[in-house]
Ligand binder design. Structure first.
Ligand code: ADP
Ligand code: MG
Length: 636
């Protein structure tokens, strides 16, 4: 054993202690993933070494093989993991192992704390890193020697409780890192050969360096993305996907593509069955692994695909990029940009095919990943495909689950219809009752239902589908719809107003305007309403109510545009108000009814700030009508 000439104690950072506490005290079922984490670190260390080597760095022990060795001693409950990777200097050890390096680990802790989730259920999804070893270890020793010439070997030791000790390692050791794990009493299984083999096959089968267990290579070392499609079985794809993503499920789709000209690359891409959005804490954790001639250049490269396709996982490997390309200059590399745009069109073309082959499958895809996909409204280069892939619920759908494309919509447009109409709202139920929908129902015109605030951004940035512009059903000038025939001339329950009564109606509107003075732009006769008494409409075909709300959320100073209040003369309440008005134009009931109709209309479109007055008025009105009810029912 070594002599500790310069042993020095250090305390773990607070966030590390927190993580250790969770790992040690609340995790029992997923303990085996510690091995996945250590092997993945070893593999990263080997990748880094290979990367340094391709850059021409001078490397310690340059002739030793790049591999990972696992040794075990069942009797001593000792497990050792050895790699010939990049190693660590003393400073690196302190920086990398003493703090939480990876944001994913921090997110894991936050997630557990905030959601009070059962750590066992989610740990598999996260790379929790080196510390997971303390789920099974009572003591861990790291011996490591950097690839840099003349760096001394270092030993690190800890029981994972509060501090660790670092000293210079005096024994003989070649480049790389050895991790000795003294297993806890109840973790002896992790020093048994069959168990280790099983875990490695399950979680680390596609590590691109040999993993030797008792000198026997047990993983499949192959870059399957470079092999011909026909030679690969579904299970191999699935296994590779799982080892790449830590997902327990098979992928929904596999896209395997080889391109030779003009630029050579192989891409093996996957679409997961489930969206990761639930784990939105981990939002930054996306990207494709970029290889150049089988050498990993960058994990999770974020420029090969636009963010709206970030649900795609996988690897891209090219012969045509220089091996010594630096991550920093990738973006400016012309070959790289061409690969990136080709990868993007590959994914989009795949999705378009999916629509053609199986609508239902596409809808499944959309329901999982559509939320992210919608973010692609700014990808002008691929706008045509993007638009074709969008899905919406609409007034024609039989329920909220059904989805349509804009092609579907346009094929059903009415004669003379020039625009595509949409309406925003929280859910289908409220949109079905929305008074702005009445005129569209009456004409049998389809309206897109937008439930997600982002939908409106999508619509307003794509602006058009073919030659049809998008128009909000809430703000449309109803005269524009005059040309389009009603599906059936609905017999109104009301006789037309006499010329005299029509005059009174307009005076009533003027009265209402004075009651609502300062709060409305105007009060006008409605031609869009069929049943409802009143609604509010924006002055011009500008921002919808939802859009205005979003803008106000981000900037409190923007005041809502004053609305036009539209009143339907063919409505029982309004007809009665005309009668009251004729007798006494200052009757208090006119004021009450006007206030109530106005606030209800605001409430319905979601822009009523304070509902207290409205509620109080309803209650007073109910109280008065209960008197009337007693009279009618002859109760006293
Ligand atoms: P992550 O791998 O996500 O960065 P870990 O907690 O697994 O987080 O590891 C922390 C850091 O410790 C790594 O980023 C790496 O710098 C260093 N490290 C861990 N294991 C090794 C190893 N076997 N060889 C070299 N460095 C390592
Ligand atoms: Mg790691």
């Amino acid at each position: 054993m070594s002599e500790h000439t310069t042993a020095k104690k250090y305390e773990f950072k607070a966030e590390v202690k927190k993580l250790l506490d969770i790992l040690v005290h609340s995790l029992y079922t997923s303990r085996e993933i510690f091995l996945r984490e250590l092997i993945s670190n070893a593999s990263d260390a080997l990748d880094k070494l290979r990367f340094e080597s391709t850059r021409g760095a001078v490397i310690e022990d340059n002739d030793i093989k790049l591999e990972i060795k696992i040794e075990f001693d069942e009797k001593e409950k000792l497990l050792t993991i050895i790699d010939t990777g990049i190693g660590m200097t003393r400073d690196e050890l302190i920086a990398n192992i003493g703090t939480i390096a990876k944001s994913g680990t921090e997110e894991f802790v936050k997630m557990i704390e905030q959601t009070k989730s059962d750590a066992n259920n989610i740990i598999g999804k996260f790379g929790v890193g080196f510390y997971s070893v303390f789920m099974v270890a009572k003591e861990v020793t790291i011996k490591t020697k950097s690839f840099q010439k003349d760096e001394p070997a270092i030993e690190w030791k800890s029981d994972g409780l509060g501090d660790y000790e670092i000293s210079e390692f005096e024994g003989k050791i070649t480049r790389g890192t050895t991790i000795e794990i003294h297993l806890k009493e109840d973790a002896g299984e992790f020093a048994e050969k069959w168990r280790l083999e099983n875990i490695i096959k399950k979680h680390s089968n596609f590590i691109s360096y040999p993993i030797l267990l008792a000198n026997e290579k047990i993983n499949t070392v192959s870059a399957i993305w470079r092999e011909p499609k026909s030679s690969i079985k579904d299970e191999q794809y699935n296994e590779f996907y799982k080892s790449l993503t830590y997902d327990n499920d098979d992928p929904m789709d596999v896209i395997h593509k080889s391109v030779d000209a003009p630029i050579q690359f192989n891409a093996l891409l996957f679409i997961p069955k489930k969206s990761n959005e639930l784990y939105f804490y981990d939002r930054e954790n996306y990207g494709l692994d970029l290889y150049v001639r089988r050498v990993l250049i960058q994990h999770k490269n974020k420029d090969l695909l636009p963010e709206y396709l970030s649900f795609v996982k996988g690897v891209v490997d090219s012969e045509d990029l220089p091996l010594n390309i630096s991550r920093e200059t990738l973006q400016e590399n012309v070959v790289f940009s061409k690969i990136a745009s080709s990868v993007t069109s590959t994914v989009l073309a795949y999705l378009i095919e999916k629509v053609k082959n199986n609508q239902d499958n596409y809808i499944k895809f959309w329901k999982e990943h559509g939320k992210i996909f919608k973010l692609g409204y700014g990808d002008y280069a691929n706008q045509e495909k993007y638009i074709e892939l969008l899905r919406f619920n609409s007034s024609v759908c039989k329920d909220k689950e059904e989805l349509i494309s804009l092609t579907d919509y346009s094929s059903r447009m009415k004669e003379g219809q020039k625009d595509i109409y949409y309406i925003t709202g929280a859910n289908r139920e409220s949109l079905l009752l929305d008074p702005h929908m009445e005129i569209f129902k009456n004409k049998g015109m389809e309206v897109l239902y937008l439930y997600d605030p982002i939908d409106e951004f999508v619509i307003s940035s794509i602006r058009k589908y073919k030659d049809f512009e998008f128009k909000s059903a809430e703000t449309v000038d109803s005269k524009k719809l005059d040309e389009i025939k009603n599906i059936e001339e609905k017999k109104s329950d009301f006789q037309d107003l006499s010329t005299d009564d029509e005059k009174h109606f307009f005076s009533l509107l003027a009265k209402m305007k004075s009651i609502l003075s300062g709060r409305v732009e105007d009060v006008v006769k409605s031609t869009r309403l069929i049943d409802s008494a009143a609604c509010v409409v924006s002055k011009d075909e500008g921002l919808s109510a939802t859009m205005q709300k979003i803008m106000r959320m981000s900037n409190k100073d923007i005041s809502l545009q004053k609305k036009i209040f539209e009143v339907n003369q063919n409505n029982k309440l309004i007809r009665n108000l005309i009668k009251v008005f004729k007798v006494d134009s200052n009757d208090d009931f006119i004021r009450t009814a006007t206030e109530q109709l106005f606030e209800s209309a605001l409430l319905q479109e979601g822009s009523l700030d304070d509902p207290h007055n409205l509620v109080q008025r309803i209650n007073q009105t109910l109280a008065s009508s209960s008197d009337w009810y007693l009279t009618v029912k002859k109760i006293d």
